[in-house]
Design a protein around this ligand. Structure first.
Ligand code: FAD
Length: 317
């Protein structure tokens, strides 16, 4: 079923959903199941699975020179989606990115997902690779998520890259996109970022999942700004609890978001081993307020930590 149909069916009720990461290469499905098994009691209608493109690594050769190699450290998104659907009977939402894909490869991936029975996709651009100073698309790939959304809308209408295909099978993907309550870090300003977010919706996206935030005010203001800009699709808050002291710096550094002073003060007051409790309490409060405000769904970035996420969800439902 489509993510947006779940929202419609739920009416005023707030749903709960989760995001998982494929394990590092060499790991198995066990870690994913260990994360999801205990979370299934909260009846998530869908589970997101992230996509990770290749990264460069440097291996020292016998000559002393370093060899640059591209490897994918976390492959398996599509297989994990199939496994999740099979084991739990819920919808899996693969993330699909522009980075590393030509348009042809994207089309083939969409065909695979359609054949597999996947009905939802979160369409993203992806970040620059480590050691690249900006996002570089494949020579025949998409520059921005909006172009990927357009390609998915095209195949939903039976339009394939090969113009000789007449009367092509129409897929029926529901497309989600990313939104940034605190602005995407590359954008010169919030208004322009919102304009490009609207372009993704106009191209066929049906819902938005936000970047994590720790201050609900930024989410509420973002929703208001979206509505003013004519973006009327459901906006799902993405939530991640603080669990370690070093994250006070690493989260803003990686995700370009602000940590509210009260949270920082609380986390700095306690010993490192108690930061997780502060983070759980904070995220639970955020979740309750968002639920009371009637958000369609609380979407948790699990980071493989089922215990922490369970404690938060338990206190909210
Ligand atoms: P876009 O919408 O393409 O925007 C990128 C930048 O370009 C923005 O600054 C935007 O304002 C600007 N822009 C957009 N369109 C145009 C245009 N036409 N002309 C000029 N400028 C434009 N990354 C992964 O690699 N794998 C994942 O699984 C993954 N999952 C994510 C899930 C969520 C909920 C979120 C919020 C992010 C996720 N990301 C993931 C990270 C995401 O790929 C990065 O944030 C990336 O830098 C931007 O992706 P986007 O889809 O928002 O890009």
């Amino acid at each position: 079923m489509k993510v947006t149909d779940y929202f419609e069916k739920a009416g005023d009720q707030t749903l709960v959903s989760f995001e998982v990461l494929p394990p590092l290469k060499g790991g198995g499905m066990k870690a994913i199941f260990e994360t999801l098994d205990p979370l299934m009691e909260y009846k998530p209608p869908f589970i997101d699975v992230t996509y990770h493109r290749e990264e460069f690594i440097y291996n020292k050769r016998q000559s002393g020179y370093y060899e640059k190699t591209a490897i994918r450290k976390r492959p398996g998104t599509v297989g994990i989606c199939a496994s999740i659907m099979n084991r739990y009977g819920v919808d899996a939402v693969p993330h699909l990115i522009c980075g590393g894909f030509s348009k042809e490869e994207t089309e083939n991936a969409l065909i695979d997902l359609d054949f597999l029975g996947v009905e939802n996709i979160l369409a993203l651009r992806g970040d620059a690779r480590k050691f690249d100073n900006k996002f570089i698309p494949e020579p025949d790939g998409h520059h921005y998520a909006v172009d990927l959304v357009k390609q998915i809308s095209g195949i939903n209408n039976g339009v394939y890259l090969d113009s000789n295909i007449e009367d092509g099978a129409k897929t029926d993907f529901c497309v989600g996109i990313a939104g940034y309550p605190e602005k995407h870090f590359e954008s010169p300003n919030f208004e322009l970022d919102l304009k490009y977010t609207k372009a993704k919706v106009d191209a066929g996206a049906s819902y938005i999942v936000t970047q994590m935030f720790f201050d609900n005010k930024v989410y509420f203001e973002y929703v208001e700004a979206c509505r003013k800009a004519g973006i009327n699709v459901p906006i799902v808050p993405g939530l991640k609890p603080l669990t370690r002291k070093y994250q006070l710096n690493s989260i803003p550094r990686h995700f370009y978001i602000n940590m509210p002073s009260d949270l920082v003060k609380e986390a700095e007051k306690v010993e490192a081993k108690h930061v997780k409790e502060v983070g759980i309490e904070w995220c639970a409060q955020q979740s309750k307020e968002l639920k009371d405000a009637g958000v369609p769904c609380l979407h948790y970035y699990t980071m493989g930590d089922a215990d922490t996420i369970s404690r938060i969800v338990e206190s909210v439902i």
